[in-house]
Design a binder for this molecule. Structure first.
Ligand SMILES: [Zn+2]
Length: 243
């Protein structure tokens, strides 16, 4: 009987360009395909993030995994989506609403590479194919450094934009850089989101706050053995300081 669920965190699904900084943010398409195969082979149920929120509230017995992709990079469309569709897996992509169709302006300078982001056309195709879109704010700021009005604009404003563009509710939120405090989390709750994911590591337990959901970071160097260790043991809990 499982009493824990897990949310996997991905960024880019592609081979990292030669000069890319933060190479850990990449997972190669080949490794991604292996990981999706493994989830099925090992008997996990890949479920929407909302099901993990249900689990945090009420518990459950299934081995639940949710797949999340931060920033809404275009490589999701070309390299992740075809594999997800093949396996029939749901997923959640967190988009930066004012940057859709553009580039990663928030960190292109620091990581040394400009990356294309999904367009609204691609997003509208994906939304009909088992991909759910959540908010990653309007412009990807460090939210805890902003005044209340700016936080509201980033948090509630992005929700409004996504819902207008998709004609669907945007119920999930992801803190840029994993940066939040109680004021930020409260703004996310007040904006009407159901849950929010962090960059705190660990599995999700019954009773966890819906606005501080932990995740497991899947990286370029997450080889198959480490991937299975993350899924089957308390490895991520230990890394996240949770015993
Ligand atoms: Zn981000």
């Amino acid at each position: 009987m499982s009493q824990k669920a897990m949310v996997l965190m991905y960024h880019n699904i592609c081979v990292p360009p030669q000069d890319a900084g933060l190479r850990s943010l990449y997972v190669t398409p080949r490794m991604f395909r292996y990981q999706m195969w493994y989830l099925r082979a090992a008997g996990f149920r890949v479920a929407p993030l909302e099901v993990v929120a249900d689990f945090a509230e009420a518990g459950g017995t299934e081995k639940i995994i949710a797949l999340t992709f931060d920033d809404g990079f275009e490589d999701f469309f070309h390299n992740a989506y075809p594999v997800l569709r093949e396996y029939g897996y749901p997923s959640t992509v967190f988009i930066v609403s004012d940057r859709v169709g553009g580039e990663n302006r928030w960190d292109a300078g620091s990581v040394g590479v400009r990356k294309r982001l999904l367009t609204w056309e691609q997003i509208n195709e994906l939304k009909n194919n088992n991909v759910t879109f959540g908010s990653h704010t309007r412009t990807h700021p460090f939210l805890s450094r902003l005044v209340d009005e700016q936080i509201a604009e980033e948090v509630a404003g992005s929700k409004r934009t996504i819902e207008e563009r998709l004609n669907l509710p945007a119920d999930t939120f992801c803190y840029p850089y994993g940066d939040y405090d109680s004021r930020v989390a409260e703004a996310v709750r007040n904006a009407g989101y159901r849950c929010a994911v962090t960059t705190k590591r660990g599995r999700v337990l019954r009773g966890d706050s819906l606005f501080e959901l932990r995740r497991s970071f899947i990286r370029l160097n997450t080889h198959p053995l480490l991937f299975s260790i993350k899924l089957h043991t308390a490895y991520e809990d230990r890394k996240g300081g949770r015993r």
